[in-house]
Design a protein around this ligand. Sequence first.
Ligand code: 5AD
Ligand code: SF4
Length: 441
Amino acid sequence: MSEPKKLFIKTYGCQMNVYDSERMAEALGGQGYAEVSSPDEADMILLNTCHIREKAAEKVYSELGRFKHLKAEKPDLKIGVAGCVAQAEGREIMLRQPMVDLVVGPQSYHRLPEMEAQVSSGRKALDTEMPEEDKFEKLKARPKAKRGPTAFLTVQEGCDKFCAFCVVPYTRGAEVSRPVERVLREARDLVERGVREITLLGQNVNAYHGEGPDGRDWGLARLVRTLAEIDDLKRIRFTTSHPNDMEDDLIAAHGDCEKLMPYLHLPVQSGSDRILKRMNRSHTRDSYMALIERIREARPDIALSGDFIVGFPEETDQDFRDTMDLVERVNYASCFSFKYSTRPGTPAADRGGQVPGDVASARLIELQALLSRQQQAFMQDMVGREVGVLFEKPGRHPGQMVGKSDHLHAVHVTAEGLKPGDLRRVRVTSAGANSLAAELV
Ligand code: 5AD
Ligand code: SF4
């Protein structure tokens, strides 16, 4: 048998890209590639890129620049750009960086095997189409190799919401959901390979509306409940959700579906109605707060997470105070917050009212300080409590194992005989900056 060719993939951005990178590696596995962890030894380098915030394309070009010497040493080295920058920039990438052999968008990577054959024969390959076909069906079946206890599974892609700041509707296309049977098949397959926790992924995962086995439209709650029937699947999560798609049955599932973990990422972006309107979020501060209340009624101990943008055009001090106030009231377990960055082609890009950079930076610092106080308080509050932990890997100290709690905190336990994939009850003994220590109960 010939030596496998070596593939190095670098993944930027969200969990959906992590999943896509896995599937791309598997697709190229069929072409004789095995993944390696360093670009130096690779026969092919793929950058799976993210375009969500500023300078994304510039980062890709400078990263490519760093591979120049590798290509000089090894002229057969193939270099590819995948993901959302590939979608947005297309052929421009090859024009600016002629050493790039392959450009593939997030909706066309099932065509990688043919594209690889093309680049192997010395030609360039470009595909940024958004074909109707289901790329996941066109991809080879996933390999049967054993894998770790947690996995991502993309069930929905794309976005029809058109928030005024966001490139996703343009790079990932319209909302599409995978049919239920295909999701179940992939989930069962993952579980057979050792997976115990699945995180369902989608840019708007709670807008999932897949065709059910009965030919009807199934929402996310029904999908979650059906997945919960798989015995050896112990935990289910989903991300990212939009407030407007948080339907009653999904809220109810948080209360009564034991395998659905008490963690919800529900971005609101701003606490000011004036800014929410300008962002085209089509929900208000009050409707979000009311939704949070209903979710907490269903699952009082749920850990809430969100995304915030500060410095959106025309954001005044008062608007920012409204965001701080909303954060105070919701009390998040963890959050992501960003300074607004102008994305060419999005509606907000053509507007005036830019907030000066130093003002936006000061707001970001203030917001992040509040969010990190809340995160610390939430972790501190876990001390003395009993939670479930799914163990994933050995820790740094002898006899230590690390896993994730139901609320998605990293947890360290030192105990005899624990293995990856074990799901155990623990009592939290202390909270550090980023993780909890616990003992088995
Ligand atoms: N500027 C800053 N942050 C952005 N996000 C999306 N687009 C932008 C932008 N133009 C943030 C949002 C989103 C998260 C994934 O990235 O908060 O929820
Ligand atoms: Fe972007 Fe808004 Fe869609 Fe989220 S809901 S992906 S922020 S357009």
